[in-house]
Design a protein around this ligand. Sequence first.
Ligand SMILES: Cc1ncc(COP(=O)(O)O)c(C=O)c1O
Length: 492
Amino acid sequence: MPSADHALKIAIDRHEAAPIYLQICERFKTAIAAGHLKPGDRVPALRGLATQLNIARGTVETAYTILVDEGYLQMRGAAGTFVSSSLPEAATPSGARKDRERGNAPRTARATRAEPAAEIGHDAKPLRPGLPALDAFPRKVWSRLVAHRARSGDLATLAYPDPAGYRPLRERIATYLGLSRGVACDPQQVFVTNGYRATLELVLRGLAKPEDRAWFEEPGYLLARNFLLDAGMRLVPVPTDDEGLDVDAGIALAADARFAFVTPAHQSPLGVTLSLARRMKLLDWASRAQGWIVEDDYDSEFRYAGRPLPALKSLDRDDRVIYCGTFSKVLFPGLRLSYVVAPGRAVERFGQVTASMNAGSPYLYQAAVADFIAQGHFARHLKRMRALYAQRREWLATAIQKAFGDRVSIGLPTGGMHLVAIFRADRDGPVDDLAMAARAREAGLAVLALSAWYLNGRSKETLRGIVVGFANVADAGEAARLARMLRRAYDG
Ligand SMILES: Cc1ncc(COP(=O)(O)O)c(C=O)c1O
């Protein structure tokens, strides 16, 4: 039986920001990618490696569990633990070579992209998180406004649009943010973009340096995470709890990070609100570290208990917060319109970057959105959606609870358009939510596994569950039918 015990040199660095179990994962993956460990090789026993490294056995166990979950290792009971005989392509020496040729250094976080964007998809399948109620959008009013602008005959509207955005829309956004989110800004600071990832691209091109480190909520928004990793940002996963991002943990992990990406109003995906104490601490950290806080305020308009909280940006005395909003939730995502409020000291830089990216969004839709807001349709639509979503949220939460009984725990979200159903561990241990979500997707539902939102991959602490959107659930009957489909996927 080939054994790698003698060949494998694992060294950990207690000063490194990454936790020790992640360092162990990384060392194994590197050894496998380099061919030092081959399929079928036996790896050191838990106790042996723990003694060798002078660390707790549980730490090695956490690392091995992640490596097993990700397909690198196989546990074969008393026979020991082995390098998997069917390694993922990217893990093999040839896969790693291809990765290097593409300029990608191997990274733990890269290997945890269990649900890449392609699998998540983008269509309007039932339960898709983040998709607003398409059936309730006032399409007639919208078509009228678009048609009116299209007929205007103004030749200037056929020229290149202003890359920073259509001025009247920037003005409307600035006024709306002042009134509804407590964000005092000048229209000059508002840049219209084509979705949150385009906003991030603008932010990174404007302010980031190669190899910058950034705090990222753990668990956190899957698509932004993948985008930032692809852009070369070194993400430091910072745990979140029932007060939102744990700022002290962030400081302990990487006090000198340059960015913190946060969803303060409605944490994505867990739905908690960043407490006032944490907000103040986060702002304080940013001032001291001269860092930037990227506030992703994607769905704060939908709050079902009390008024929406003011944005974090409203407390920003030191001009450190980059406020990001989107029309994807409050109108519809096919529009591809979003915006970012540049801190005063970064306005000029954002202007240069937007001009050089030659961005700019179609005049027609920007003008129609400006009209939609100016004529009061926007405020009316939001009011109607708040009532509708509160009802749909209730239907789906009740139906899932009924279909799953005490196998899941569901906190009724106080805001947003999705809910998280957390699976209780069963007799065999934690539920494999990735497999469950994959079965649900095969059955036609657009469900995401909660553990996939963790940058650190799956460990004992990782919550298992599903993230489901409730905005398009038409009635209680449909909610019950979808919940039964979920239950079938859960049962396998
Ligand atoms: C956490 C989060 N941020 C931002 C967005 C908005 O993305 P976009 O503006 O690209 O539609 C979403 C959409 O689902 C989201 O879930």
